[in-house]
Design a protein around this ligand. Sequence first.
Ligand SMILES: Cc1ncc(COP(=O)(O)O)c(C=O)c1O
Length: 391
Amino acid sequence: MAISKRVAGIQPFYVMDILSRAKALERQGRDVIHLEIGEPDFPTPPLVAQYATDFVRRGEIRYTPAAGLAELRQAIAKHYRDRYGVQVESERIFITPGASGGFLLAMALLLDEGDKVLLEDPGYPCYSNFVRLFGGIPSLVPVGASTRFHLNSEILSATWDHRTKGAVIASPSNPTGAVLRPDELKALVEELERRSAFLISDEIYHGLEYDEPSPTALAFSDRVFVVNSFSKYFGMTGWRVGWLVVPADGIDNVEKLAQNLFISAPAPSQYAALASFMEMNLQELEQRRRVFQERRDFLCDHLQKIGFSIKTIPSGAFYVYADCSRFTSNSFDFALSLLEETGVAVTPGKDFGKNAPESHLRFSYAVTLDRLAAAVERIKSFTQRGLGVRR
Ligand SMILES: Cc1ncc(COP(=O)(O)O)c(C=O)c1O
């Protein structure tokens, strides 16, 4: 079939090779510990499941307004007041099918052919693909430990050219878990505004922080685009519900896009998401956050003891991005043989960009502490046996 050049340019995720091998091993009866996973391991919170069930039983499952249920948009506006002390009019909040739906709307709104968008490298791989699909040019900017794996206003100025239209950042970041400080985020927002450029701030891992809470870009400007989701902190990946906050003068056009691109986010999921902000649910999420924190401490400590180097201890999300150059110069091969020999699946750095991917692996701690302990033992013996030694 003759497919578009834009689609032909999209790379499949390398972790899919790992995943399909892991599945094959499992079919043979091998026990695989999945540290390549990008979603929380907890079930849907009970209150959320209850809300969804009640709604589905009533049977009136129809389209909602394209921008989403008014009650949910108001609940999110209240969330900004309660959590961040920031005033956001509910009319600026669009309910989307996950954060992914938010990216779709924002990129469709903002990009023209040939527009360059600055992206942090390493970073979430889908940003580049969204940019490409709308005719833009992803510009991967290498970021490292010296800026805790984030763009800052100096890097932004140094990489700017006349075709640059804006930037996407994610804090806490996938894959590094690194969090921007408020002063850094403020400087970035101001620098982009000075250049009349857009900022899309991906705040999907907000709430999953273990040191300082992340500031929202909305605290510094009402011109930024903020993408968020019920997938990670709220533990609702499969429900496909998230949100996008847009500047007031973007509302009409984003509404038009939402009507055309997906009509509305799934109605049962929007009703379910309403329960997310209830006190009982927030308490449950806080307990889960503490569990993640305990796992982070455990995993970072043990990976370092084994000989991996963690240049920035992750402060959020549920990933550790570790340097494996002591053991290998090819993290993809390392990941494959680690899986083959020990049954531990991890994500190779090359899924996150072009900045030293061969010396990095992403370990997710979305598994129980017991499984994490077993994984660490297997990884240790793998490296001690010299199986992962540089080739
Ligand atoms: C940084 C980041 N942004 C966005 C997404 C997409 O999330 P959603 O499930 O809300 O579409 C992910 C999913 O892993 C992610 O890691």
